[in-house]
Ligand binder design. Structure first.
Ligand code: PLP
Length: 428
């Protein structure tokens, strides 16, 4: 069947452009094998999810064993060992990597990054409602992205992604992206926190804004943001959906700022990227506000597949890998190599703004007109990279690399050589 005959409607895809849609049949490590016989290096971890590598045998074995034992069970009022194991593992991992004065103590499962964010927002609003001091104002950072459901879009930057739905999105307060030492951001946050209409929470992507263009800001600024929130009793929600599981060099990005959020959202790499699962972690007081003999105060959120056992088995296997292996060392080596290659690219006259954070490297292609997500150059670059055996998907004119941690030095070199060639050919 050719793609034009397919009834499939793809995400973030303009079918009217008739771009090639490769059909992938198999994957291992950093490689995707297509039915056409082409092999691609997965330079973006299949949308930022794959961590250790595709089809990691330990994760695959865990899913297979679980599938044969317990495939699915309702999670309202029932539990199972894989979910218990993941919850204990997440609490142990955050307890050992984040400061423990007010530790994350409870884990609520859902299915995607967007739902992890929705759950986090609802937990924050539920907290204020249930303690009898209702607050509704949410603070967000300029250029943020938190997902594509209505609530997650509401706390994300307004723009082409969500223009069609704008009247349905709820209002938020926006602080600017940090400039230099971030005083502009901190001042704006302080002013909002001091306003008579007290904010319920701030939600932020820690250290790097992903879909906003891989925009990096400092750990000191993140720490100060968290401190201002704490000082004003505004709940701090860390959206670690992209940054979690080693992408920024540490297990969670909050570790680099030495902060523990009130609520932490994780998804993508939670299962090593193998199968959908998300979790929203909360401190004891958020849970306590929903815990009483009043049934009307329970946390009203669920989805059919909450804490699916097969997905939880994959997450448990991923947590065991983090506990038993030097994943951080692997990321550090990958980061050093990418850092060296991005530094070389920085000398190219058609490229600017090189940046690297852990296992994420990005650089912008200078284009004559219309930079940004809808930059004309994006589809051209995608096709150029595809023709060279690479899955790269620039955000407009921002070219980024976010490979699985098993990617070999030779594969990294192939990616960066192609970016250099692309700059020669398409730089403005
Ligand atoms: N939050 C952040 C920071 C993300 O980068 C994403 C997705 O890229 C999401 C939330 C939404 O995650 P999902 O696509 O799994 O719904």
């Amino acid at each position: 069947m050719t793609v034009s005959q397919s009834p499939v409607w793809h995400p973030f895809t303009q079918h009217g452009l008739h771009e090639a849609i490769p059909q992938v049949e198999r994957a291992e490590g950093a490689l995707l094998h297509c039915t056409s016989g082409t092999t691609l290096i997965d330079g973006i971890s299949s949308w930022w999810v794959i961590t250790h590598g595709h089809c990691d045998p330990r994760i695959v074995d865990a899913m297979q064993a679980q599938a044969a034992k317990l495939d699915q069970v309702i999670f309202a009022g029932y539990t199972h060992e894989p979910a218990e194991q993941v919850a204990r593992g997440l609490i142990r991992l955050t307890d050992t990597t984040l400061p423990s004065s007010d530790p994350l103590a409870h884990v609520f499962f859902s299915d995607s990054g967007s739902t992890a964010v929705e759950v986090g927002l609802k937990m924050a609003l539920g907290y204020w409602h249930n303690i009898g001091a209702a607050r509704y104002k949410i603070i967000v950072m300029e250029y943020s992205y938190h997902g594509d459901t209505i609530g997650a879009m509401s706390v994300g930057a307004r723009g082409v992604f969500n223009r069609a739905y704008a009247p349905l999105l709820f209002d938020v307060e926006t602080i600017p992206f940090p400039e230099a030492r971030g005083q502009n951001t901190l001042d704006a946050l302080e002013a909002l926190c001091r306003a008579p209409d007290k904010p319920a929470a701030l939600i932020v992507e820690p250290l790097i804004l992903g879909a906003g263009g891989m925009l990096v800001y400092g750990a000191d600024i993140l720490r100060e943001i968290a401190e201002i929130c704490r000082a004003h009793d505004v709940l701090f929600i860390a959206d670690e959906v992209m940054t979690g599981w080693g992408r920024t060099g540490t297990l969670f990005a909050c570790e680099q700022a030495g902060i523990t959020p009130d609520i932490l959202c994780t998804a993508k790499g939670l299962t090593g990227g193998s199968i959908p699962l998300a979790a929203t972690l909360a401190t004891a007081r958020i849970f306590a506000a929903h815990c009483s003999d009043d049934r009307a105060a329970m946390f009203f959120h669920s989805s059919s597949f909450t804490a699916n056992p097969i997905a939880c088995a994959a997450a448990a296997a991923n947590i065991a890998i983090w506990q038993g292996e030097d994943v951080r060392g692997r990321i550090a080596a990958l980061s050093a190599h990418m850092g060296e290659r991005i530094a070389r690219l920085a000398a190219h006259t058609a490229l600017e703004n090189p940046r690297i954070l852990g296992a994420i490297a990005a650089i912008d292609l200078k284009v004559g007109s219309s930079p940004g997500y809808l930059s004309e150059v994006a589809p051209t670059l995608r096709a150029f990279f595809l023709a060279r055996g690479l899955l790269l998907r620039p955000l407009g004119n921002s070219i980024y690399v976010m490979p699985p941690y098993c990617t070999t030095p030779g594969q990294i070199d192939a990616i960066f050589n192609a970016i250099s060639e692309a700059a020669d050919q398409f730089g403005g």
